[in-house]
Design a protein around this ligand. Structure first.
Ligand code: URA
Ligand code: SF4
Length: 204
């Protein structure tokens, strides 16, 4: 796997990066996906939210977090007073990884560590350009990408930590898709909101 490095235009801002990502062949995930889904939001955002990878609807429409998980994220951010349009939202990998069920439905498959590593130069470029004060990691894939593979979301969620190698803070929480899959949605959702409230307080 060559990695994305050679596809990332050096010194580019968000529009240049967003254009270039469509040509990325840094790992095999571009082959089956419809398109790359780059991050979205203002370059001036104080907060960057990192998910795992685009889902089915994101793959079709080319925008991150516009499906069911995105709806839940929007609702929770509104509840803690973080303006969604002031947040930059992105993912650890930019192409949708999936398998088809017999009914032709496309179900999400977790990206491998090698794919996350291959895609990392895009995320680093986004963080360089946006230079947020706070990074919110949704779920283990994002949290481990930012905080190391020994990081455990279940144990260390909801706390503001220093982001390694950057002048920013980081907070990890669960992924909204996990809430959607859960038997006890309401309790999990309340936990998610509680973590985001800690993040909102850190921004004051
Ligand atoms: N889940 C993610 O992690 N990212 C998206 O963009 C959509 C769903
Ligand atoms: Fe490139 Fe990332 Fe897509 Fe792999 S997932 S092809 S590294 S943009």
């Amino acid at each position: 796997m060559p990695g994305a490095e050679e596809f990332v235009p050096s010194g580019a801002r968000l529009p240049g990066l967003r254009e270039a990502v469509q040509g990325c062949r840094g790992c095999g995930l571009y082959r089956d996906a419809t398109q790359a889904v780059f991050g979205a939001g203002p370059e001036t955002a104080k907060v960057v939210v990192i998910g795992e990878q685009p889902g089915d609807q994101e793959d079709r429409r080319g925008e991150p977090f516009i499906g069911p998980a995105g709806g839940m994220l929007d609702r929770a951010l509104a509840e803690v007073g973080i303006r969604r349009d002031a947040v930059y939202v992105t993912n650890t990998t930019k192409h949708f990884k999936f398998e088809r069920t017999s009914g032709k439905r496309r179900i999400h498959r977790k990206p491998s560590q090698a794919e996350v590593d291959a895609c990392r130069p895009w995320l680093d470029a986004e963080l360089r350009v946006v230079a947020p004060r706070l990074v919110i990691c949704l779920g283990a894939t994002a949290a481990q990408a930012m905080l190391g593979t020994s990081f455990r979301v279940t144990k260390e969620r909801g706390t503001v930590l220093d982001l390694p190698d950057r002048d920013a803070h980081v907070l990890a929480t669960i992924h909204p898709s996990a809430i959607l899959r859960s038997e006890d949605r309401e309790a999990m959702y309340q936990g998610f909101v509680a973590d985001l409230r800690v993040a909102a307080r850190a921004l004051r």
